[in-house]
Design a protein around this ligand. Structure first.
Ligand SMILES: [Zn+2]
Length: 354
C-alpha cells in the first residue's frame, strides 16, 4: 500500500486541506481498476467505519498476492465539510460558503478531459478543487463505490439504469434491501462519473457500461455506525471486488437478492403536509399497502382533532425515514420504493432531494 496526500489550497491565505489517498497496485493490467471513497457528505460515517476494517483486510490480500486490479481508496473524502460546525453541530452535507450540496455540481466532462479537471487550481475555490480531484481519480477506474448513508434507512444503492441487472452481484455481495435506478441526469458524483464514461471512446467495450459500475451506496442510517456492522460491510466490499475480478479468490458473502428495484420516478417521496411532531407507525424495511397509516403529525399538542394522519400513497417498501421528529411542511418523511410512478415530481437537476 502506498499512502499519499493531495493538498488543496484554501480560499483564504494560510489555509490548506489535506486529503489522504491509499493506493494498492494490481498485478494484472487487464483487471478492473477500482476507486472507493467515503464521507463525501462529511457526517455520513458508516462507510468510513467499513473502510477502517476493509483496509487491513486488503493489506492482507496484498501480502498474499491476491490484488489483481489497481485499487485507490479515499477513506474520508471531505475534509472541508468535516470542519464545518455550526452551533455545535457538524454541517457535512452543504458547503457553508456557497450553500451547495457537496454531492452536487460535480463537473460534467468527457473522459478525454480528465487531465484538465485538476489543472489551474489557483483559479478555483477549494470545494471545486476537491470535487475535481475526487472525480479525476474515479473516472480513471472501472469500478467506483461512493459510500454514503441516509437518515434512517435500510441498506440500498443508487446506480445508473444501464448497470442493471448486471449489478445483481452488488446486491448479493452486500445483502442489499433495495436498488434505485437513476437516469444519470444529475450532477452528483456517481452521475458525473458515468457522464465521463458515456462520453468516451468505447475502446475494447461494446457498450459504455460493460465491465464498469459507478454507484452510491447508502449504508443504512446516520447512526448505524457499529463495529459488527462495519465488519460485515467490509466483507461486502471484499466479496464484490472478488466477484468483479479485482481481487483473486471466492466471495465470502452471497445473499440472494429479491428486493425492490425502482427507477427514481417510482420512488414515492412522502412529504409532510403540515409542521409538527412526527409519531411514526411504520419503520424502514416494512412493506405497506396503499392507504395504510405511516405516521401521525401532531400539529397542535393536546388537541388530537388537529392530528394529521399520513397514509401510504402506494403499495411498496419503506426504504428511508427522516431522522428528526419535528418537521416543517414539505419536509420529506419517507422514501417508498413502489411499482407506481411517483406523485411527487423530482427536484430540478434529476435527484430525489437537495
Ligand atoms: Zn450522502
Amino acid at each position: 500500500m502506498q499512502k499519499t496526500e493531495i493538498v488543496i489550497a484554501g480560499d483564504t491565505p494560510g489555509i490548506e486541506w489535506r486529503l489522504p489517498v491509499l493506493r494498492f497496485a494490481g498485478k494484472d493490467p487487464s483487471a478492473p481498476k477500482t476507486y472507493i471513497q467515503a464521507a463525501l457528505h462529511a457526517g455520513e460515517l458508516p462507510g468510513v467505519a467499513a473502510l477502517h476494517f476493509f483496509i487491513p483486510v486488503l493489506e492482507q490480500a496484498e501480502g498474499n498476492g491476491e490484488i489483481l486490479g489497481d485499487i485507490t481508496i479515499v477513506p474520508k473524502a471531505n475534509p472541508i465539510g468535516a470542519a464545518q460546525y455550526l452551533y455545535g453541530a457538524l454541517q457535512g452535507r452543504f458547503e457553508q460558503g456557497g450553500r451547495v450540496n457537496f454531492n452536487r455540481d460535480f463537473p460534467l466532462a468527457p473522459l478525454s478531459e480528465r487531465e484538465a479537471l485538476t489543472s489551474q487550481p489557483h483559479t478555483r475555490l477549494a470545494t471545486d478543487q476537491l470535487k475535481r480531484h475526487l472525480l479525476s481519480m474515479a473516472i480513471a477506474a472501472d469500478v467506483v463505490l461512493d459510500l454514503h448513508c441516509d437518515d434512517e434507512s435500510v441498506i440500498y444503492a443508487y446506480l445508473h439504469q444501464d448497470f442493471w441487472p448486471a449489478a445483481t452481484d452488488l446486491a448479493e455481495s452486500f445483502g442489499l434491501h433495495s436498488v434505485f435506478l437513476s437516469d444519470g441526469t444529475s450532477s452528483a458524483f456517481e452521475d458525473a462519473v458515468t457522464h465521463a464514461w458515456r462520453n468516451a471512446d468505447l475502446g475494447h467495450r461494446k457498450n459504455w457500461y460493460d465491465d464498469r459500475i459507478s454507484l452510491t451506496m447508502e449504508f443504512r442510517g446516520q447512526r448505524d455506525v457499529h463495529a459488527d456492522m462495519a465488519k460485515t460491510d467490509a466483507e461486502g466490499i471484499m466479496s464484490f471486488l472478488r466477484r468483479r475480478g479485482v481481487v483473486a479468490g471466492a466471495p465470502s458473502r452471497n445473499e440472494p437478492f429479491s428486493g425492490a428495484v425502482a427507477g427514481l420516478d417510482y420512488v414515492q417521496m412522502v412529504n409532510a403536509p403540515v409542521g409538527g411532531t412526527v409519531l411514526f407507525e411504520k419503520d424502514v424495511g416494512e412493506k405497506v399497502k396503499s392507504g395504510e397509516r405511516l405516521a401521525v403529525i401532531v400539529n397542535v399538542p393536546g388537541d388530537p382533532s388537529r392530528d394529521v394522519v399520513i397514509a401510504s400513497p402506494v403499495d411498496g417498501d419503506i426504504v428511508t425515514r427522516v431522522q428528526h421528529r419535528f418537521v416543517r411542511p414539505t419536509d420529506n418523511l419517507m422514501k417508498i420504493a413502489s411499482r407506481e410512478l411517483s406523485r411527487t415530481p423530482r427536484k430540478p437537476g434529476g435527484g430525489l432531494e437537495d
